[in-house]
Design a protein around this ligand. Structure first.
Ligand SMILES: Cc1cc2nc3c(=O)[nH]c(=O)nc-3n(C[C@H](O)[C@H](O)[C@H](O)COP(=O)(O)O)c2cc1C
Length: 338
């Protein structure tokens, strides 16, 4: 896909599924795409793993036509290795390559990858140049606002990215030092976007469709990434797109969503994993509904996949969406790779 084709997709639907390791796998991306995520990105993939031919790493690259436009996200510290990994992505038919410069996890930053690259803009430049040289498809990057509060430099990163021909910069509005504490700083994202010579996507703490549209409009960003918000409300993309384009939202009832998710999981996972994933999603979706904690206890004790499915569908069928309380202030998945 060319850069202008990719940006065209972004203009049509600026609500993007944020990469989440262990969550936005093949099945979940297909599922969210079907429910109107504009663009989807894989979880982070180790460029070293691809270099050494790891089968497990290669499996993370799998996607299908229904997911397009789909980006494969890479992390690493070596421009040459990242370049070769990006070429593998291109050969696989990826629409674009996304580079992870936001991961705060010690194991990753110790090696000079993830958000560690934000501390060294010369190294960032070398990596971007190496990857751009290796592929013809668009290259995008995902960053944090900076390493720590006193050295926030997303504005400078945007300048380097622009000079190196990067297509967009997605900014998770926290520093590396913050981890997942505090709130994403959307004022900062807005200021960076206003001065940025290339498209900027904002990210962090979008819990509802209304917030997604409000963040998009107020920040002036070219798109927004939604991560944890879609785990509690899988209809968030469809609702946000409808609000944005002033059409009627077609929210799918949660019990039907479960059947669909089950189908996608069956296509890609063994039975044990299907059951495990269903339990995880059921427990996330139940947040804020009356009786949710009891439901979670029951579902995690249930063993057979069919039973998990029936238990979850019975629970959600007995609920009305209006009963769901706002749980956005509660700590939820406070760790991840970006
Ligand atoms: C469980 C989990 C895994 C994550 N994995 C990745 C990842 O692989 N790559 C990445 O760039 N960001 C990753 N992130 C960060 C998210 O993409 C996003 O930046 C962050 O969750 C803030 O957005 P949100 O508030 O909408 O969730 C992860 C986040 C979580 C919670």
């Amino acid at each position: 896909m060319t850069e202008s084709e990719l940006l065209n997709h972004l203009r049509k639907n600026p609500f993007i599924l944020a990469p989440m390791a262990g969550i936005t796998d093949h099945a979940f991306r297909t599922f969210m795409k079907r429910h109107k995520a504009g663009i989807v990105v894989t979880e982070l993939i180790s460029s070293d793993g691809l270099e050494y031919g790891s089968e497990r790493t290669q499996r993370l690259m799998s996607f299908d036509e229904s997911q397009r436009p789909v980006g494969l996200q890479l992390f690493g510290d070596d421009p040459e290795i990242l370049g070769r990994a990006a070429r593998q992505c291109e050969e696989k038919g990826a629409d674009f390559v996304d580079l992870n410069f936001g991961c705060p996890v010690p194991k990753v930053v110790k090696k000079g990858a993830g958000s560690a690259v934000l501390k060294d803009l010369d190294q960032l430049k070398r990596i971007l140049a190496g990857v751009k040289r290796a592929v013809n498809i668009p290259v995008t990057i995902k960053i944090r606002t900076g390493w720590e509060q006193t050295s926030r430099n997303a504005d400078k990163v945007c300048q380097v990215a622009h000079d190196e021909g990067i297509t967009w910069v997605a900014i998770h509005g926290r520093t590396r030092a913050q981890g997942y504490a505090g709130l994403a700083d959307w004022d900062y994202i807005q200021a960076v976007k206003a001065a940025s010579p290339l498209p900027v996507l904002g990210n962090g703490d979008i819990h509802t469709a209304e917030q997604a549209v409000e963040r998009l409009t107020t920040s002036g960003c070219d798109g927004v990434l939604i991560g944890r918000g879609c785990l509690k409300n899988p209809n968030i993309f469809a609702q946000a797109l409808a609000l944005h384009s002033q059409t009627l939202a077609q929210a799918t009832p949660i019990d039907r969503l479960f059947d669909e998710l089950h189908e996608h999981l069956q296509d890609h996972c063994d039975d044990r994993l299907v059951g495990l994933q269903l339990k995880k999603f059921a427990s996330w979706y139940s947040a804020g509904y009356p009786g949710a904690s009891n439901f979670r206890k029951i579902i995690f004790q249930t063993q057979r996949t069919e039973e998990i499915l029936v238990t979850a569908k019975n629970f959600f069928c007995s609920m009305n969406e209006n009963l769901q309380q706002d749980t956005s202030q509660e700590a939820f998945l406070m760790g991840g790779h970006g």
